[in-house]
Design a protein around this ligand. Sequence first.
Ligand code: UD1
Length: 340
Amino acid sequence: MNKIIVTGGLGYIGSHTAVELSNTFQVVIVDDLSNSSIDVLDGISKISNRTPIFEKLDLKNKENVGKLFDRHSDAVGLIHFAAYKAVGESVENPLKYYENNLSCLIYLLQEINNLNQSFNFIFSSSCTVYGQAKKLPINEKESIKKAESPYGNTKQISEEILFDYCRVNPKINVISLRYFNPIGAHDSCEIGELPIGVPQNLVPFITQTAAGIHEKVTVFGNDYNTPDGTCIRDYIHVTDLAKAHIVAIENLILKKSKSNYNIYNIGTGNGTSVLEMIKSFIKVTGLELNYIIGPRRKGDVESAYADNSKAMKELNWKAENSIEDAILSAWNWEKKIRSL
Ligand code: UD1
């Protein structure tokens, strides 16, 4: 079995990807546990019937990165999830974000360069790089806007680093996946999203409210230029997103592309408004949900949903789960972790 290193492999998207990878790859999970729990490793092992190799490592330490590649010089690829991702915190503490998100990437690429062999690399990027796109659905040719936050800027800078690196390292093949809005949990309910503190994202806030942790959901603005006035996003089941990484790494291993740096949008292609999400949640769960309309949240874009035709055509990937499947899985997960 080919070996793949997954940094941030105990995080939300990383853990779901580790499960999917385990079917065909030997998985090495690297995580410093700064925003994840070691229990997630048990969840991954239970679902996949296989225990990944686990390396508790801080990738901000260059020596650690060197040692990681000494131990796993047989790896054929790496999927890089490890990064800080709280938008608000990145505004308050930009250097924390620039240091972590950029230095880890640079150290990894330096070590990969030293391998002197062909290597495959997938980078977790985000639709946040587009800001408010001029044209919807958003395709990969859309221009990149000035980032709204240091977090968003680290994604833009990382993509630029990868572009420049690939130009002079033809043996290294890279794909950046620009995720739209991942939601939901694995159908087994063994793994899911574990937000720290009060969740900033819509779906965990909805499920926590339904679980009685918050009194109500505040809809951030209903005066946008959309059919119901609330913002539109492309919510994708995290398992579908995880599967995109498998087809992407396989595509690189099989050298299917002429270029050694490619970017793909990973979304369902459908836009759903905040109010539609709330109504869907009420419908699929049969529960009541308290919500009010509040002011806009600073930095929110009005509408963002993916043109995913490039991923469909070149990676032969498309999302299989409906938004209802995704919402129900998020609720089942919330019930499980709250013992409801
Ligand atoms: C957020 C991040 C973005 C990241 C993306 C993917 C922010 C500002 N942006 O985007 O960088 O790449 O997740 O995970 O955090 N909403 C409410 N009430 C709530 C929470 C959210 O109305 O309590 C609305 C928001 O205004 C937005 C939509 O729900 O219109 C989705 O919000 P969220 O889940 O935070 O995702 P994004 O803002 O798209």
